[in-house]
Design a protein around this ligand. Structure first.
Ligand code: NAD
Length: 309
């Protein structure tokens, strides 16, 4: 059974594989053309978000039995085709929750207090003390869009700030669960954002969530909230976002994720009321180690199943 790892993973995963005597190749940043040539030699493919496990790749991967996404989002993997071909897909969902939730909290606080622009202006030799007024998080209405692992952890981290949590999700949650987070659930995205001071996005990228933050949604944001996105760039319609910033429908935008990565666009980067990080949500040392453990468990499970133990 041969394993191919095509994106950067922690050294400890490689050492663990070596210790167990697994037959694996580690080729991070491999080009697509090269990958297409060699993929048929492998039964297990381990990827992060960079490698696109699309139709072209899957069709070449004639011996593939499993794809492991070292991470959470599965939007770079053609799940339907994998299912059709009997290729099992796994991810490491629990490992990164804390890292992304803590980054979300940092982005919320940083955006409310202009931390990015303040830092940048000092580095540029400017002392802008008088103009840098911000907002407090205490007692604010926070709309959490997508109340899964990360959304709930964000709600938990917001507790000391006595935030009122407004939840929007396709799953209807029971009163008991919502009470734990002092949250209320509403039945539409419009109802979630209209009274929010802060909106934080935690849905996966799917057909339904692509461009979910549209012109109409921005226009319904009556309290001019701050918008934070640590889910996927494509969930926010980029043109509508620029429009919302230009017309003051939102007070500011903080994001870790972009519709095109790597990202640079002065229509966003030149603004004072944005805070941008280069898709680092899952990148803590602790999360990496948890993901290593989850990945080892998955590989062991695959080996057992295939060997019929
Ligand atoms: P999760 O599956 O636990 O939660 C997602 C929630 O979104 C679920 O409750 C689901 O019901 C809800 N949802 C799905 N479709 C919806 C829709 N159309 N409308 C409303 N709600 C909907 O996932 P998670 O672990 O909380 O992760 C959320 C997302 O965060 C991931 O899918 C990934 O894209 C992103 N993520 C980003 C980083 C990063 O580096 N910035 C790291 C990890 C995860």
């Amino acid at each position: 059974m041969r394993i191919l790892i095509t994106d950067k993973v922690p050294e400890s995963l490689l050492s663990a594989f070596k210790e167990r005597g697994y037959n694996f190749d580690y080729i991070p940043d491999i080009e697509k053309g090269e990958l297409l040539k060699i993929v048929s030699k492998y039964e297990i493919l381990i990827v992060r978000g960079r490698t696109r496990v699309d139709r072209k790749l899957i069709n070449e991967a004639t011996n593939l039995k499993a794809v492991i996404r070292f991470g959470v989002g599965l939007d770079n993997i053609d799940l339907d085709l994998c299912k059709e071909k009997g290729i099992n897909v796994y991810n490491t969902p629990r490992a990164f929750t804390e890292a992304v939730a803590e980054l979300t909290l940092s982005l919320i606080l940083g955006l409310l207090r202009n931390i990015g622009f303040a830092h940048y202006s000092i580095c540029a030799g400017e002392w802008r003390k008088k103009e840098l007024y911000g907002y407090e998080l205490l007692d604010k209405n926070v709309a959490v869009i997508g109340f899964g692992r990360i959304g709930r952890r964000v709600a938990e981290l917001l507790k000391p700030f006595k935030a009122r949590i407004i939840v929007y999700d396709i799953i209807k949650f029971g009163e008991e669960l919502l009470k734990q987070y002092t949250a209320v659930q509403v039945d539409s995205l419009v109802n979630a954002v209209k009274d929010a001071d802060i909106v934080t996005i935690h849905v996966p990228l799917t057909k339904e969530t692509r461009n979910m933050f549209s012109y109409d949604i921005f226009r319904s944001m009556t309290r001019k909230p701050f918008l934070i996105n640590t889910s996927r760039g494509e969930v926010v319609d980029y043109d509508a976002l620029l429009y919302a910033l230009d017309h003051g429908y939102i007070r500011g935008y903080a994001t870790d994720v972009y519709h095109i990565e790597p990202f640079y666009d002065e229509r966003l980067t030149k603004r004072r009321n944005v805070l941008l990080t280069p898709h680092i949500g899952s990148q803590t040392y602790e999360a990496g180690e948890r993901a290593v453990e989850e990945t080892i468990e998955i590989v062991e499970k695959i080996f057992k199943n295939i060997e019929g133990v």
